[in-house]
Design a protein around this ligand. Structure first.
Ligand code: BGC
Length: 771
């Protein structure tokens, strides 16, 4: 059975391919092959001429051996398989000694001595853990984000690894989905910059460098749009929406040179990504010019049996045929491709192509020249958790913190104030490093309590727990089953609260550290309720009832619904899970040594019913403008439409005043440029940074267009009292979008320009694009 949908889409796309894409296709075909490529091609050709069909299929096999697993382990006897040339790489093994043992088997015992790839989920740091990716993106600082990936690559490459399953660049508009924590939020423009920075940080400008590791673009594609925010669920989406809102960050990672990509678990409009030829071949390779190899996500090939896409032999053949080159864990390729070849269900050339792609990447990494280049006890000892790496982690962590509320300048804390530090996350090392901190160890992390003690030793601080992190027995059982260690205090919940209230009453300010367990974020952690857990909320209510100022320090993997908190506490600092240096970074911010400047990259809803909610939405035909008497408008009768905190939002200890935006001209032609300018003054009492954001709206289009889209930003530092002028250049490329024929065009007409400190608080000006 052929998949008619895939076929018709490929045909439609092929025929409707935009002019610039057609042109790019022709341009992509290399007229001359570089000397380096010629050398590589000759090497790989020569090697493949010696390979048996089993050895070729072996290169497509990626078993898991070692530490972490996110599903069933299907591979047995991996050592013997390596010796027989039936393994292309392994994942979940690191440390020089463990990697050397397996690489020895490959290059000393196997017939053709082909070195192995060593993959791992180095997501936000290897041993020195940086903030979770959603927090990283809140820095709006690409050099810091690149640096975090660079440090991760240096540590991982010293520890035997040569391949990371990162960056995850899935756009996510649904905080019910636990994996929103692993990406850069909801915006395709910002997401693309982050994707590029991460790939550069991992691979550097030459994948052959000793401390560069292979990046993997994941999860291709649209994994973040899973229906109902439920992990692994289906995605059904128009091509226009894909092209305009979701695909850009994957493409940016390809353009940055990423040499591997991971097919996502979900199906897309009826075809699982893992066997989606339009996605993996037409779009990724032919349109975008991707030159690396595609790996399945875990047992993504086998899972197509449950998707109802065929038995294991059929789905394995379909995956290979579509452009999946490597089979992670499942061994569907190893077990069935040879039969499919005999039965003429796949061709020899399709197997050869996949094998060649993997060998080429190994060649580019320099593995044939030195299979042991990544294995160095000496480098590992020097590099891992070095003081410099920890310092980098602290600087990045500080920049990722977002101040959501600060009434009466409750923060920064006064040095002579008496502080009641409360909460199950205030002194909890293992939670600090967050989800997917695979090789990280909570023992290396600094808690808020430790950070405050170290940074402000003279401060009068009393710590009390106040509540268990999780009290709900069903959730507790589940999370412990996931591997968490969540202690339940010997004191009763009421006694915990009473002690905390007593401490708060004696103090000038209560600083309360609450949120999720790290195990409530990441893979397989979808939630339908995004409130603080009930026992934590009861504590918070008791503390606010004391009448003392309450500062809520949040740790969580996703936007939470915080309407009550916003109405009732004095200050709120969003800290995500900030990594190994979390406590030091948070303490620096609490005491005012660092003025927070992070901005949200994902909208915080008021309630779960508003989801999906995102700033770059369309306008309906009946937009609601806030007049509650307006009945037939696009609105809820039980909630406002607008979010609690909009995209781009984040406060500072100082205040910034923006002049209204001015434009250098009221009209440009398609070759023209204009400048949008604002002047920003630091009008408060502290030096600080501000992210000045530029949004554009295409007022009338041939298809409906978003109310605004991020098109630029600048993070500036202003001393107290200082004024700076910020100018954005706007050209025709900033106005382009994919139209109904999927042509990437700018349409003449009027555009609104918005500049401000977040997606809501902006000033506006208008210009025209002429023909
Ligand atoms: C996840 C991937 C991850 C892989 C390998 C899967 O379950 O979806 O993001 O890279 O496991 O650990």
């Amino acid at each position: 059975m052929r998949n008619l949908y895939t076929l018709s889409i490929s045909l439609a796309l092929c025929c409707a391919l935009p002019a610039h894409a057609q042109q790019k296709r022709t341009l992509m075909r290399p007229v001359t092959v570089s000397a380096a490529d010629q050398k590589m091609n000759a090497f790989v050709k020569n090697l493949m001429a010696k390979m048996t069909i089993d050895e070729k299929i072996g290169q497509l096999n990626l078993p898991s051996v070692g530490f972490d697993v996110t599903g069933p382990i299907l591979s047995q006897g991996v050592d013997q398989k390596i010796e027989k040339g039936l393994v292309g790489g392994v994942f979940n093994t690191y440390t020089p000694a463990a990697v050397r043992k397996l690489q020895d088997l490959a290059v000393q015992k196997s017939r053709l001595k082909i070195p192995l790839l060593f993959g791992y989920d180095v997501i936000h740091g290897h041993k020195t853990i940086f903030p979770i990716p959603l927090g990283l993106s809140a820095t709006w600082d690409m050099s810091l984000i690149e640096k975090s990936a660079r440090v991760a690559a240096r540590e991982a490459s010293a520890d035997g690894l040569n391949w990371t399953f990162s960056p995850m660049v899935d756009i996510a508009r649904d905080p019910r989905w636990g994996r929103i924590s692993e990406g850069a939020g909801e915006d395709p423009y910002l997401g693309s910059l982050v994707a590029k920075a991460m790939v550069m940080g991992y691979q550097t400008n030459s994948l052959g460098n000793k401390d560069a590791i292979l990046a993997c673009i994941k999860h291709f594609a649209l994994y973040g749009a899973a229906e109902a925010g439920r992990d692994y669920n289906s995605t059904d989406m128009s091509l226009i929406k894909m092209y305009n809102d979701y695909l850009a960050p994957y493409k940016a990672a390809v353009d940055a040179g990423a040499q591997s990509a991971m097919a996502s678990f979900n199906d897309i409009n009826g075809t699982p990504a893992t066997a989606n030829k339009w996605l993996l071949t037409d779009l990724l390779r032919k349109q975008w010019g991707f030159k690396g190899f595609v790996v399945s996500d875990y047992t993504g090939i086998n899972e197509m049996v449950s998707h109802g896409f065929g038995n294991l032999q059929t789905v394995s053949a379909r995956a290979l045929d579509a452009g999946t080159d490597m089979d992670m864990v499942g061994e569907g390729f190893l077990g069935t491709l040879k039969s499919s070849l005999k039965e003429k269900k796949i061709s020899q050339s399709t197997i050869d192509l996949a094998c060649r792609r993997i060998l080429e990447v190994k060649y580019k990494m320099g593995l044939f020249a030195d299979p042991y280049k990544y294995i160095s006890e000496e480098r590992a000892a020097k590099e891992i958790l070095s003081p410099n790496n920890r310092l980098d982690a602290k600087v990045v962590a500080q920049s990722s913190l977002v101040l959501l509320k600060n009434d009466n300048q409750v923060l920064p804390l006064k040095r002579n104030a008496k502080i009641a530090l409360i909460g199950p996350l205030a002194d909890n090392k293992k939670e600090m490093i967050g989800t997917w901190s695979a090789a990280g160890d909570g023992k290396d992390a600094v808690t808020v309590y430790e950070g405050l003690r170290r940074i402000a030793p003279q401060m009068d601080i009393t710590y009390t727990k106040g509540a268990n992190l999780i009290d709900d027995p069903a959730l507790l059982k589940l999370i412990i089953g996931y591997g968490a260690t969540i202690e339940t205090d010997a004191k009763s919940p009421q006694k915990l609260i009473d002690d905390a209230v007593a401490a708060a009453k004696k103090a000038d300010v209560a600083v309360v550290v609450l949120g999720e367990s790290a195990f409530m974020g990441g893979e397989a952690t979808s939630r339908t309720n995004l409130d603080l857990l009930p026992n934590q909320k009861t504590l918070l209510k008791a503390l606010t009832a004391t009448g003392k100022p309450v500062v809520l320090v949040l740790m969580n993997s996703r936007p939470l619904t915080l309407e009550w908190e916003n109405d009732n506490v004095t200050g709120i600092l969003e800290t995500w899970f900030a990594g190994t240096e979390a406590g030091n970074a948070i303490a620096e911010v609490l005491v005012g040594n660092y003025n927070p400047a992070g901005k949200l990259t994902t909208t915080f809803p008021r309630n779960v019913g508003q989801i999906p909610i995102y700033y770059n939405h369309k306008s309906t035909g009946r937009p609601y403008e806030g007049n509650i008497a307006d009945r037939y408008k696009s609105r809820y009768i039980d909630s406002p439409n607008d979010p609690l905190y909009p995209f781009g939002f984040g406060l500072s200890y100082t205040s910034f005043q923006f002049t209204p935006v001015t434009l250098s001209t009221k009209s440009i032609n398609p070759n023209g440029k204009l400048q949008a300018t604002v002047t920003v003054t630091n009008t408060g009492q502290y030096d600080g940074e501000e992210v000045v954001q530029l949004y554009i709206q295409d007022i009338y289009g041939s298809i409906t267009r978003p109310v605004k889209e991020l098109k630029g930003f600048k993070k500036i530092f202003l001393k107290k009292g200082e004024t700076k002028t910020v100018t954005f250049n706007i050209g025709v490329n900033d106005l382009k979008f994919y139209n109904a024929a999927l042509q990437f065009v700018a349409e003449p007409g009027d555009f609104n320009v918005y500049v401000g400190s977040n997606s809501r608080d902006v000033s506006t000006a208008k210009f025209t694009l002429t023909k």
